[in-house]
Design a protein around this ligand. Structure first.
Ligand code: NAD
Ligand code: GLY
Length: 368
């Protein structure tokens, strides 16, 4: 079973293919995007060491079957590769391969590899095309779609980046079978976020089917990934540069980023877990401000708990996190404009909206 979603961006439109076993068809899917390749004819495949050990050979075999010569570039796993040093290493390797401006670079990995490769491709020789083959749930439903690419700076995450849309996204849901459970659940936080922000029916479907999908049921997993991609594709198509609606995708992220900063981006909390707690806090803040029925907030938390995601700041291991620190971290987040915090709040399940009218006192009370 597979589904194709188009991101409607005119001349930069592209397809997202979602299905179990698509890696074996990567050569056929990528070939139309290689027609103009005048470089040495070698297509770089950027990946990390974990993914390389599991999924690189099958991809190389699929490419070879279609007559595509590929050269792997293997980066160290982890957020550290999304750095100036990682960019230098990758750019060096791409230049050694003599990738030219009509070439194509393939990213095979999670959000780290996708963001780094997209950025490196975007600045290499003033812009080279790239393809995304996302291998984490988070990357399949979020980071591989929409063209945000970046590396981190000393001053914060994702501060050096570009909008650079991929030419194609190939999301093989079978690759998720090797993902550690914690990473799978963290990616699921982004899936359930789509239900919360804009589709109560999808949320209801997830309540009934998420456990099955996360246990590897192919059709449930394909539906969860494809529906998430469709929702993101629609939002990106109407607001590519985040001047309006695209900010809805940041539901839970202002809280989530503050929690990640407060835990020094260490093992206590991975990004998706921060988002899960962040969406719960966005619901609580919305209830506190009289905007959202309490029962919707409770229903959302109940589902996350049933799936095994954290829902409260007290679920984070280690010393208690100070509300003052969290508020200060939010003020430093890049979603601040004119000194005011931008929040995504909810009028109910499936009804998120963007606001800059939130009293900081209410935010602090929710954190307490
Ligand atoms: P990641 O890329 O670090 O992957 C998580 C871990 O899983 C890594 O250790 C990786 O080696 C391993 N892994 C990947 N695929 C695997 C597989 N199939 N089997 C086994 N192990 C596998 O992390 P992530 O959660 O995918 O992405 C996080 C990054 O994405 C962050 O840097 C975040 O800023 C970025 N992000 C970007 C966007 C965007 O729109 N561009 C959106 C959300 C997040
Ligand atoms: N992950 C948020 C966005 O792509 O806009």
């Amino acid at each position: 079973m597979s589904e194709t979603i188009t991101v409607g961006l005119g001349a930069r439109a592209y397809d997202i293919h979602v299905g179990g076993g698509l890696l074996a068809h990567a050569g056929e899917l990528l070939k139309p995007h290689l027609l103009n390749n005048k470089s040495k004819g070698i297509v770089p495949v950027v990946t990390d060491a974990n993914v390389a050990a599991l999924h690189l050979q099958p991809l190389l075999a699929a490419l070879e079957q279609s007559g595509i010569k590929a050269a792997p570039i293997v980066m160290p796993p982890g957020e550290g590769s999304k750095s100036f040093a990682g960019l230098e290493k990758l750019s060096d390797a791409l230049l050694e391969l003599e990738v030219d401006r009509k070439g194509l670079v393939i990213a095979l990995g999670g959000g780290v590899i996708g963001d780094l490769t997209g950025f490196a491709a975007g600045v290499l020789k003033r812009g080279v095309a790239f393809a995304q083959i996302p291998t984490t749930l988070l990357a399949q439903v979020d980071s591989s779609v929409g063209g945000k690419t970046a590396i981190n700076a000393r001053q914060g995450k994702n501060l050096i980046g570009l909008f650079h849309q991929p030419r194609i996204v190939i999301a093989d849901t079978a690759l998720l079978a090797t993902l550690p459970r914690r990473e799978l659940l963290a990616g699921y936080a982004e899936v359930v976020k789509y239900g919360a922000l804009g589709d109560a029916d999808f949320f209801g479907w997830l309540e009934a089917n998420a456990a099955k999908a996360l246990d590897g049921n192919d059709s449930a997993l394909v539906k969860a990934v494809a529906h998430s991609c469709k929702m993101k594709a629609d939002i990106v198509a109407r607001d590519e540069r985040e001047t309006g609606d695209r900010a809805l995708l940041n539901l839970g992220h202002t809280f989530g980023h503050a929690l990640e900063a407060a835990t020094n981006f260490d093992d206590r909390l991975v990004h998706g877990e921060g988002v899960a707690i962040g969406v719960v806090l966005a619901f609580k803040l919305s209830v506190k401000l009289g905007l959202c029925p309490g029962q919707d907030a409770e229903r959302f938390s109940r589902h996350l708990k049933a799936i095994g995601l954290p829902t409260a700041i007290s679920d984070i291991p280690g010393p208690a996190l100070s509300p003052d620190f969290l508020v200060a971290a939010m003020a430093h987040d890049k979603k601040v404009s004119d000194g005011k915090l931008t929040f995504i709040l909810l009028r109910g399940l499936g009804e998120a909206f963007v606001t800059r009218d939130v009293p900081l006192e209410a935010v602090k009370e929710v954190l307490e």
